[in-house]
Design a protein around this ligand. Structure first.
Ligand code: ZN
Length: 354
């Protein structure tokens, strides 16, 4: 019997699902209601040890654009929603963070909010799922960065200056296929202050969703390992959301890492959002990331509850099937352990301090 390793994961959107269904949150979290990708029973079934749980404030839907239909039929070039000010985003972000704190209150024996690598290791040793508070897009943070300190005090340990929509800090990539991330201006002055303050607080700065100029600004300013929590290889799937070889080389130089995104539109060579795919394309991306970043620079960044996944994974309970597919392709136990959690723990520890 081959060993299956617990998986620590770089990105999920369960909090958005809970926030959108507050009256059903107990059923969703504790029992699982048969939809979405994450809940406690399926985390246990899949060996999900923990991960970064994103606070993401959605834009009001634009009824004129059917995003899913367009991504089902590349090429596509989707307009980004307008900026949301921190006065509007702040209360929503607090409410979403509130769901993360509630997850621990609702199941303290099964889930723990963790603020250090030591706390994650302790949770894993106890068989308790380790949640880390992440913010995907800094809309809720004001230009003076006071709210950054508030969220840090709540447990925030990872932050992306942008989801794709612009913020006062910088610009994200539009969803475009084919396309690259060289889409305009980099970080604003406030964005540069945000990077320095995240360094001072030892909050991880997530490069996923940033455009090329913004990526280079973070690389120039930050003293932390460079990390993209959920992105793939542009050389294989030329989506704006995927990383160029130059960016991957920079991440390697800076002892950082990339979490492999399971979203089909970033894995499939044709850029289509469709689950009908085998393991080859996923293994291709993983192989390319390993070639550029080395064995210490790659982990998983599933995008559970935020994306369409390959049929072989399906949901979090499919993680053992993913590991089996990789074993079949020659991945040995030491490498699988690094991919499944070893690299995330090491990079988080370096970023956050001991
Ligand atoms: Zn994302």
């Amino acid at each position: 019997m081959s060993e299956t390793f617990p998986v620590f994961d770089g990105h999920n959107d369960l909090l958005l699902r809970l926030w959108r269904n507050p009256r059903a949150r107990e059923a969703i979290w504790l029992e699982g209601e048969g939809r979405g990708h994450l809940d406690l029973p399926r985390m246990r079934a899949g060996g999900f040890a923990g991960g970064l749980f994103a606070i993401y404030v959605p834009s009001p839907p634009d009824p004129a654009i059917d995003y899913d239909a367009r991504m089902d039929a590349p090429p596509y070039d989707l307009p980004l929603p307008p900026l949301i000010g921190h006065e509007a985003a702040g209360p929503a972000a607090l409410a979403i963070a509130g769901h993360l704190l509630w997850m621990e209150r609702a199941a303290p024996e099964a889930f723990r909010l963790c603020r250090s690598a030591a706390e994650i290791r302790a949770a894993m040793a106890d068989g308790v799922v380790a949640g880390v508070m992440h913010m995907e897009g800094a809309e809720a943070i004001d230009a003076e960065l006071d709210a950054l300190h508030v969220f840090h005090a709540l447990g925030l340990r990872s932050l992306g200056p942008v989801w794709s929509r612009p913020t006062i800090f910088g610009h994200g990539v539009p969803f475009r296929f084919p396309g690259d991330s060289d889409t305009g201006a980099g970080l604003s002055e406030a964005g540069k202050r945000l990077v320095r303050e995240c360094n001072a607080l030892r909050v991880l700065i997530d490069l996923s969703h940033l455009n090329a100029e913004g990526f280079d600004d973070v690389a120039a300013l930050s003293d932390a390992p460079l990390v993209a929590t959920h992105s793939n290889a542009h050389a294989l799937t030329p989506s704006t959301r995927n990383l160029s070889d130059r960016q991957l080389d920079l991440i390697r130089e800076r002892s950082g890492m990339v979490g492999l995104n399971f979203a089909t539109c970033f894995l499939r060579r044709d850029g289509r959002r469709s689950p009908k795919m085998g393991w080859d394309e996923l293994a291709g991306h993983l192989g390319h990331l390993l070639d550029r970043l080395g064995e210490d620079g790659v982990g998983f960044g599933s995008d559970f509850d935020g994306a369409e996944l390959p049929q072989g994974i399906g949901d979090v309970a499919g993680l053992p099937a993913l590991q089996a597919a990789l074993r079949e392709r020659g991945y040995d136990a030491p490498l699988l352990r690094k991919l499944c959690h070893g690299n995330w723990l090491r990079v988080l520890e370096r970023t956050w301090g001991g």
